[in-house]
Ligand binder design. Sequence first.
Ligand code: COI
Length: 356
Amino acid sequence: MLDIKIELNPNPKKLPDKNDPLVFGTIFTDHMFIMDYTAEKGWHDARIVPYQPICLEPSAMVFHYGQEMFEGLKAYKSKDGRILLFRPDMNAKRTNRTCEILCMPGIPEEDFVQAIKELVKIDKNWIPTREGTSLYIRPFIIATTPFLGVKPADKYKFIIILSPVGPYYPEGLDPVKIWIEDTYVRAVKGGIGEAKTGGNYAASLRAQMKAHKEGYSQVLWLDGVHRKYIEEVGSMNIFFKINGVVVTPMLNGSILPGITRDSVIRLCWEWGYEVQERLISIDEVYEAHKNGTLEEVFGTGTAAVISPVGKLRWDDHVMVIRDGGIGELSQRLYDNLTGIQLGDLPDTFGWMVEVK
Ligand code: COI
């Protein structure tokens, strides 16, 4: 159990207006959590302080070799005033898996969740309640040792910041257009693709800019070896409904083990769908589109929730899915997931954690 010192912000900011669009990741709350690590002391000095810049030496290793990790989860306010977190234990577990991959010190799961709960409690007035909004929670760890040699650092900071957000994509639940990338690769098996670390997102930017230039909002990655098997989308995992079966790439070490992905699989099982986690080639998707069995495509992610895909472009082939409209399963998943998260539907899986 952490002993968290609290320094309240003497100059709280004005809360966003009820009609503020809450563009994703642009507004930050009054407080942040911070905790230090040294090899001698382990994690220590847990504190909640006013949201502020952090001071680091320019030689801090994070700036040079990218030793950092981050997470993303959300807090919601239910109609009866409860504050709810969605599966924070899963983020704690994934943090520790990422830390293992990047040779960083992990954080006890209960400390990770406690820090989030305490911070959200202090900034609870920042949880927006308009439809499609939530309080996005961004925990991250950075290497702070001032050193220019390449090796794991021995000093770190664990920080949590909060941001009231609307939809990740400006499209909201309207279907997005996705560019299938066959030149650049994001990650390869044996690399760090399954880690939630900035490097994987840095690796995605060039392709994302290319996609944007062509009028597509995200990139769908193919595997780095054969350039053939579907991996994931820039900020989401990807699902296909082909001839009634729900298909998603299996976790192979190079894609992110999404918490929304896991939740969607469980919901689909519950509803009696056959779910296959396996290799899916782009040729299979293209064939399914050609023969009319590609019924739905959607992305899943904490930020994006469920994001229906209306158009896929692969090389010269443009696949329009459901005439660019939202599929039945995508809509049902969105309604059920957000219903559970907001406390409007029964939490039969025991996913929600109340902040008291
Ligand atoms: C999330 O969905 O929480 C993520 O971390 C994706 C991020 C790129 C917004």
